[in-house]
Design a protein around this ligand. Structure first.
Ligand code: XMP
Length: 322
């Protein structure tokens, strides 16, 4: 496997990069059609804009509602792109993802179930129905590194694992951002005139909130972690950090409510400082803020009796718990 040549953010000429990649996409797709899935993250947003620059209406962009997204996420992303002149169609695939995740507790098996549902089920059908031959996606170098190193199977890495998407799923994958890391993608996204809410957007993993539920993923648990995520995102919005998140643990602990025993849920909060996600340190969040978080979690998230703040660094931790 050929080594991918990294393009560092500090020496990146974004205008040249955008022109080169748009031309490459045009050449590869020819006069055919391509599709892509937009999640609203900076990677898939940059790919969406690059693809539309290269292909115009011959790129069909979908938002896959896998049921694992944050509160109001599908509608808000579609509306941001509407303002940019990009039409995005929402595909309701919630039932398919929850079915695929049923009964699975192992983190890597969960990731695999999501990968298979995305690529074999949802995309394969979209490709077939649309007549497209290519899927454009925003894989970046860190995704490839961590997957190849066996740390985490990122949902969007195939070729580097010896998987041919054409053989496995019936279509080819184009990855224009694969030489970049997050800081480089942000520069490209800004140069593509995406709004700050997108080019500065906090990273969010492909497996979405299922990466934040330890143990089996169910609609109820996703709902719990979704409420906890909104609280963390509201409370930590002013903290300068790379990423913050709420994690729902699988084990219950003894708590008490109204004088009675309550064997309740545990939420772990993480807030990371990092440049490129390869290493990370917990942010020194003010104690008053942590107390406010604890108070909101135990009153606003049904069933929560314990709230912890992670103080370990990556490595040996990773940023997501799954
Ligand atoms: P970890 O947990 O590996 O996360 O330290 C590093 C960064 O990558 C994000 N992440 C993912 N992104 N698909 C993605 O698109 C994934 O499977 C995935 N796993 C982790 C994570 O949110 C963090 O920013």
């Amino acid at each position: 496997m050929e080594k991918i040549a990294e393009l560092k953010a500090n020496t990146l000429n974004t205008a040249e990069f955008i022109n080169e990649k748009a031309q490459e996409i045009s050449r590869t797709v020819g006069d055919g059609l391509a599709i892509n899935a937009l999640s609203g993250g900076v990677d898939s947003s940059a790919v969406t804009m690059l693809g539309h620059k290269a292909l115009g209406d011959r790129l069909k962009t979908y938002f896959i509602n896998n049921g694992l997204m944050r509160k109001d996420e599908p509608e808000s992303i579609v509306s941001i792109f509407k303002k940019l002149g990009v039409k995005v169609e929402i595909v309701d695939a919630q039932a398919r993802f929850f079915k695929a995740l049923r009964g699975i507790t192992d983190p890597e098996e969960k990731r695999e179930a999501i990968t298979q549902t995305f690529y074999k089920d949802v995309f394969a059908k979209l490709v077939k129905d649309s007549g497209a031959k290519y899927l454009l996606q925003g894989t970046i170098l860190t995704d490839v590194d961590e997957t190849v190193a066996g740390i985490k199977r990122q949902h969007n890495v195939f070729e580097q694992l010896g998987i041919d998407p054409q053989e496995a799923f019936g279509y080819k994958i184009i990855e224009p951002l694969v030489q970049l890391r997050k800081d480089g993608v942000r520069k490209v996204a800004e140069a593509l005139n995406l709004p700050k809410s997108i080019f500065n957007r906090m990273p969010f993993p492909g497996p979405a909130l299922s990466a934040r539920v330890i143990g089996e993923v169910t609609p109820e648990k996703i709902n719990t972690v979704r409420i906890a995520t909104s609280i963390v995102e509201e409370e930590l919005a002013q903290v300068s950090a790379f990423q913050y998140m709420a994690i729902l643990h699988n084990d219950r602990v003894t708590g008490m409510r109204q004088g009675k025993r309550d064997f309740g849920l545990q939420i772990e909060i993480r807030c990371w400082n990092s440049i490129d996600a390869r290493n990370a340190k917990p942010t020194q969040v003010a104690y008053e803020k942590l107390e406010k978080l604890a108070s909101r979690m135990t009153t606003e998230v049904p069933g929560v009796v314990s709230v912890t703040y992670n103080i370990a660094s990556k490595p040996p931790s990773t940023m997501e718990a799954v």
